[in-house]
Design a protein around this ligand. Structure first.
Ligand SMILES: Nc1ncnc2c1ncn2[C@@H]1O[C@H](COP(=O)(O)OP(=O)(O)OP(=O)(O)O)[C@@H](O)[C@H]1O
Ligand SMILES: [Mg+2]
Length: 594
């Protein structure tokens, strides 16, 4: 898309955040615009008053008349008022602009959480946070510039040209507009060229940040493999590229400014020379020369400033372009669709001939069917990569199935509003990640409205007490980024407590106890046995002992259900399950014999 249209589209997309429904914000905007017109009027009257002052002073033997004193004082007052109003205007605009940034950022944050799983899988967190930060800075650049400089300066310019035309004929007005036009065209074209370097700079900044964040997230691997030098070198290569691009960009911007100043300088010479010559020829008197010069000088400064503002605006728009690309990415269709059918009781879950692949070249699940009635438990076992976790992702509508259907209470989940779907589901995921807050807050996340006693009850059920007792800060201990300061088993128990606090109708346990020793697993299972009676469970496990009591066990192999039945019937079948069971039993016996 053409650069100009791209920028216009960004402004158009952002305008609704500026013109909000909030009455107070709108009034502030209108007030600020009112002040803009007042200060334009004041600015334009300064050279006119000065002309009158010079006319009075030019009369020989003039004494300090009442009129002259008034004019001299008015000249100072008008100038002061104009400056003060400009400052007040800036103060008034702060609130609407900052609230606009807030509205945009929270909408964008909401949008990020609504994007499909595929977006988050490809996402580079460092690059994303960098782009968001740049957009926050870019916002004021765009709108301060537009409302406080560009629009007022253009209006003022036309009015000044009209005044010059009125007093001295078309020549001065046309000249003034001609210089301004050359200046604006030059600025638009050259900053467009320079913004190309800025885009490269932004890309590199994002890459550099993504690299730093990725490296820090993997700091344990860096330590284990003693690869610090390698990482520092990689980071330095990125920083070097960023440095080179920034030098190039800043120098081009300075060159642009030189060009802009040359245009203003040439205009200044042209206008003052013409006016000076005509004053010598007695076509005009000195006061006219002062007036013409006043307008010329009055525009030299704002035009120079406008050049700077225009560059900032373009930079601001550029900063925004990455974020707007994401902002325009469609939200997850499956998450946002749904006819808000919100059942209050779970009756059954059914996978009917479900086939699915993350990409078109490989099916990960092939014709999987099963029914899980309320109050029952299904166990899913199978070798690594056979598609077990994928089943839970599909149940959460993270991806759309290729064929087949998933039903909850005989309703296709495609048509089910996602928030009512999530009310039913609770999961202990295979990779437990925690927020970098306290253990208590992480558990409370399961149901933020829960009472303290309920959190403590969940802690007991998940057998976390013995661990928490060892901690000086008990459950107020901070868990570190993604729960880094905890052991695998401790994280799993927090995740179990979190889901127990939620009390969903269906519990999905994806290797929920894989990092726990058998004794702890048994204690937890005993603790939650009363729950098991009334709730529905989908338990994914490698350790077959975890699923022996399930009402049905599915044995997955390469995305296909190879065997199914109860533990007993599967043993009788003497298939893969029976072989695996024997192997695990023997290993278990050997371990305890040793
Ligand atoms: N987001 C993804 N994009 C592409 N492929 C994926 C994605 N997630 C999983 N896969 C692939 O899908 C297959 C099934 O993965 P899944 O996580 O369901 O296996 P699993 O049975 O849970 O394995 P494990 O027992 O190791 O947890 C794997 O081959 C995996 O590489
Ligand atoms: Mg898995």
């Amino acid at each position: 898309m053409q650069e100009r249209f791209k920028n216009l589209r960004i402004i158009k997309d952002l305008l609704p955040f500026l013109w909000t429904k909030e009455e107070k914000i709108r009034s502030l905007f209108i007030f600020a615009f009112g002040l803009i017109f007042i200060s334009i009027g004041l600015d334009l009257s300064i050279p006119l008053v000065l002309k009158e002052v010079v006319s009075c002073l030019a009369i020989p033997d003039q004494s300090m008349t009442y009129q002259l004193s008034l004019l001299l004082i008015a000249y100072g007052i008008i100038w002061t008022l104009s400056q003060v109003i400009q400052n007040v205007r800036q103060i008034i605009m702060v609130k609407p602009l900052e609230s606009c940034i807030r509205l945009f950022c929270s909408k964008f944050f909401d949008h990020l959480h609504s994007l499909p799983m595929t977006f988050h899988m490809d996402r580079k967190t460092g690059a994303l946070t960098n782009a968001l930060e740049r957009a926050q800075h870019g916002f004021p650049d765009v709108f301060w510039g537009l409302f406080l400089f560009v629009i007022p300066t253009i209006i003022e310019l036309f009015l000044a040209a009209a005044i010059l035309c009125y007093f001295y004929g078309a020549i001065y007005g046309v000249l003034l507009l001609f210089i301004a036009t050359v200046f604006i065209i030059f600025t638009l074209y050259v900053t467009k060229w320079a913004s190309h370097f800025q885009t490269m700079c932004n890309d590199q900044k994002s890459k550099t940040n993504a690299n730093i964040v990725d490296s820090l997230l993997n700091f344990t691997s860096v330590k284990y493999f003693n690869n610090k030098e390698h990482e520092v070198l990689k980071c330095d290569i990125h920083l070097k590229k960023r440095e080179n691009l920034l030098v190039k960009y800043t120098s081009t911007m300075e060159l642009v400014q030189i060009g802009q100043n040359l245009i203003i300088g040439a205009g200044l010479i042209l206008l003052t020379y013409t006016a000076g010559k005509q004053t010598l020829l007695n076509v005009y008197d000195v006061s006219d020369f002062v007036l013409i010069n006043g307008y010329v000088l009055q525009f030299a400064a704002p035009l120079g400033q406008m050049g700077f503002i225009a560059r900032n605006m373009r930079r601001g728009l550029n900063e925004f372009s990455d974020i707007m690309k994401i902002y325009r990415t469609n939200r997850s269709p499956s998450l946002s669709s749904g006819d808000s059918y919100s059942p209050d009781k779970l009756e059954s879950i059914e996978f009917k001939n479900v086939s699915f692949g993350y990409n078109s070249s490989r099916l990960v699940l092939n014709d999987v069917s099963f029914t899980l009635d309320a109050g029952k438990t299904i166990g899913i076992v199978g070798e690594t990569g056979s598609g077990k976790s994928t089943i839970s992702s599909l149940l959460f509508k993270f991806y759309d199935v290729n064929s087949g259907k998933i039903f909850i209470n005989n309703k296709d989940i495609q048509n089910l509003d996602s928030s009512s779907l999530y009310k039913f589901l609770g999961i202990v995921p295979q990779d437990v990640t925690l927020f970098n807050t306290s253990i208590y807050e992480n558990i409370l996340f399961g149901r933020p409205s829960a009472q303290k006693e309920e959190v403590e009850e969940a802690i007991k059920l998940a057998h976390l007490e013995p661990f928490l007792k060892k901690l000086p800060d008990h459950y107020d201990t901070i868990v570190g980024e993604r729960g880094l300061k905890l052991s695998g088993g401790e994280k799993q128990r927090i995740a179990i407590a979190r889901v127990l606090l939620k009390r969903p109708a269906l519990y999905v346990f994806d290797e929920a106890t894989s990092s726990l020793d058998l004794k702890t697993e048994e204690t937890i299972m005993n603790n939650i046995a009363p729950l098991l009676k009334n709730s529905t469970f989908l338990i994914i496990a490698h350790r077959l002992s975890t699923v022996v009591n399930a009402d049905e066990i599915l044995v997955l192999h390469n995305g296909v259900v190879r065997e199914r039945g109860t533990h007993r019937s599967l043993l009788k079948e003497e298939g893969n399950y029976a072989l695996l069971w024997k192997a695990q039993e023997e290993a278990h016996k050997k371990f305890y014999a040793a």
